[in-house]
Design a protein around this ligand. Structure first.
Ligand code: 5GP
Ligand code: MN
Length: 336
């Protein structure tokens, strides 16, 4: 971890600050970004959150969500804010390609770049970093930044606590992935003590889907799930026409891959989706199986050992064949 004392010094006086996070932000990306936003505004800073793309409906209730600017909707305003920022916080990603076009503007910007993240292999565009792969969520690192680095636990108000709870809850799979240490439980307990309404947050995130999403899930599980018992693997392949038929929007496909992984004995699950411009893969694995290695080696992506993703410009059926052809290479690891 780099020395953050000069950053702490910079934050003494009000600054123009941009917070940004990765393409198609998830609960941790938005929870971290708005958690940091709600902390920094209490210190008198001028803060804007800019996301590279839109994000799911079930995250749009987070405190101060209306303050978020979506780059694709307001590119000129976003570029200007990035160019004029004194400090740019980059949360939940560590390679500028993860924020699409916005990446080049961030790279060229004069402001100090602060990367707070828990993914492997940072690219190194940052001036300051608060980074470790041992955190279950970037929101956990934001908590640590406020409490340990800044020494300002008293600024964790209800809004900050709500956002950080959401980030930790979603990235830890509701406190069940192996990264959920006792320290994580201590932190979420503290967030509840500071006003996070845990039960309400679960409801807002997990019970906030439109009817069509549930019917889509039914269709997918019944018709699209393929299991390969000889490899302890399962895949779900979703075509563009199905997304259109069920009027699927951003966030509706999140979590679907976990159903494939929930089958007894399955060690590797893949969700392959035909998006507008490319085919996107989401992989999940159990134990030591390196899902991120497959994404990095074959699909231009990466991620964590047990949750990784990638993309391909090939047609979806080619991607599926490619994935199936990879399974024999990993058979020994999969059938352990
Ligand atoms: P998801 O499957 O939920 O889209 O992504 C799971 C994890 O995989 C993310 O937290 C992120 O670390 C990683 N990931 C997803 N897509 C990509 C990608 O295109 N490139 C890289 N490097 N990582 C990705
Ligand atoms: Mn994360």
């Amino acid at each position: 971890m780099s020395d953050l004392a000069p950053l702490k010094e910079l934050l003494v006086e009000p600054k123009h600050i941009v917070i940004t996070t990765h393409h198609k932000p998830d609960g941790d990306a938005m929870g971290s970004s708005l958690g940091l936003f709600n902390y920094l505004i209490q210190k008198g800073h001028h803060v804007r959150v800019i996301t590279p793309t839109d994000y799911p409906f079930f995250l749009q209730w987070l405190p101060n969500n209306p303050e978020v600017i979506i780059y694709t909707e307001k590119p000129e305003e976003s570029k200007e804010l990035v160019a004029n920022a004194d400090i740019i916080f980059c949360l939940d990603f560590n390679a500028l390609s993860r924020i699409n076009e916005l990446g080049e503007f961030v790279r060229e910007a004069k402001g100090k770049k602060v990367m707070i993240d828990h993914h492997l292999e940072p690219e190194g565009f940052d001036d300051f970093r608060h980074w470790t792969i041992n955190a279950c969520a970037t929101a956990q690192l934001i908590y640590d930044f406020i409490v340990t680095v800044m020494g300002e636990k008293h600024l964790i108000n209800k809004d900050v606590a709500t956002c950080l709870y959401t980030g930790i809850m979603t990235d830890s799979g509701s406190f069940r992935f192996p990264t959920t240490t006792s320290e994580v439980h201590h932190i979420v307990a503290d967030l509840i003590d500071h006003g996070a309404e845990n039960s309400k947050i679960h409801q807002l995130v997990y019970d906030n889907f439109a009817e069509n999403r549930l019917r889509f899930l039914g269709h997918v599980l019944l018709n699209k799930l393929e299991v390969f018992p000889e490899y302890n693997a399962a895949i779900i392949v979703i075509h563009k026409e199905e997304l259109e038929k069920f009027e699927i929007t951003t966030g509706d496909t999140e979590g679907i891959v976990n159903y494939a992984l929930s089958i007894n004995g399955i060690r590797l699950a893949a969700l392959i989706i035909e998006r507008k411009d490319k085919v996107k893969l989401s992989l999940r694995s159990t134990g030591e199986f390196p899902a991120n290695e497959i994404c990095k080696k074959y699909f231009n992506g990466g991620g964590h050992r047990n949750a990784a993703g990638g993309a391909s410009d090939d047609p979806i059926d080619v991607v599926r064949e490619k994935f199936n052809a990879i399974l024999p290479e990993y058979k020994a690891l999969l059938i352990q």
